[in-house]
Design a protein around this ligand. Structure first.
Ligand code: ZN
Length: 247
């Protein structure tokens, strides 16, 4: 009997181990193959790190990084056409000279958020240095333009430690990651309907989708695919909301 029990445990161990490998260890970028470290951050951060929302609510947060640029304006027009709200993670040093875009986003009910000062990978920064040189510096810049309620931060490249997340939490800043990336910066993936097909296949309740409001090439394809994603999602019963309104 003891021997049978041992083998049963051993078999269970093997099954669990191989599943874990499939789900977590293969580096993919889409739910349920979301990066293990993002899942861990969400689990360990008491609401201060978000990679996805409620998995049983048909809501999706479309997010756009690296602006503000002229592309932001085009994206906002498309979102408005479908009564969708987006979240814009903007880089501090680009805020100046783009006040009109900032006000356009604001006026139309989109959420403005923080994507560092100069897009540096801050993974090895001390908490204080990350705060002063990137996060707070950008908050200060926003406040010059009357934007004083920025609460969400997305680290460039998704590179952040648990310790940094916990530190930002003490400043009431929530770290936002993602569950699906369009890879719209990658010429191998950002044309010919590919982003729409990817979203169609991976769309899920509570998704946080990573786009960029920056022209990394094939901009027309991106704008077309964004529109197709909105049409498809709305037809499937999804609501497109800001990260703040994701349940
Ligand atoms: Zn970025």
């Amino acid at each position: 009997m003891k021997i049978v029990r041992f083998w049963m445990f051993f078999l269970c161990f093997l099954v669990i181990k191989s599943n874990a490998k499939n789900v977590f260890e293969i580096k993919k970028d889409s739910f349920p193959f979301i990066e293990k470290v993002f899942l861990e951050h969400q689990k360990n951060s008491n609401g201060f790190a978000i990679a996805y929302g409620n998995l049983s609510k048909k809501e999706i947060a479309l997010t756009f990084d690296d602006g503000p640029t002229e592309v932001s304006k085009e994206i906002i027009k498309i979102l408005n056409k479908y009564h969708a709200k987006g979240t814009f993670f903007w880089v501090g040093h680009r805020i100046k000279n783009n006040e009109k875009i900032i006000q356009f986003a604001r006026k139309n009910g989109h959420l403005i958020a923080n994507h560092s000062w100069n897009h540096e990978n801050g993974f090895s920064f001390s908490n204080e240095f990350l705060w002063e040189s990137q996060v707070e510096k950008t908050l200060n810049e926003f406040s010059k333009y009357g934007i004083t309620d920025v609460q969400y931060f997305r680290p460039p490249f998704g590179a952040i430690t648990q310790n940094q997340i916990d530190f930002l939490a003490t400043k009431n800043i929530k770290t936002v990651l993602w569950s699906i990336t369009t890879n719209d910066w990658d010429p191998k993936e950002n044309s010919d309907d590919l982003m729409f097909q990817k979203l169609k296949k991976n769309m899920h309740s509570g998704a946080i989708v990573l786009f960029h409001d920056f022209d990394y090439g094939n901009l027309d394809s991106k704008l077309k695919d964004l529109e197709k994603i909105l049409i498809y999602g709305i037809r499937k019963g999804y609501k497109f909301v800001t990260v703040a309104n994701l349940n």
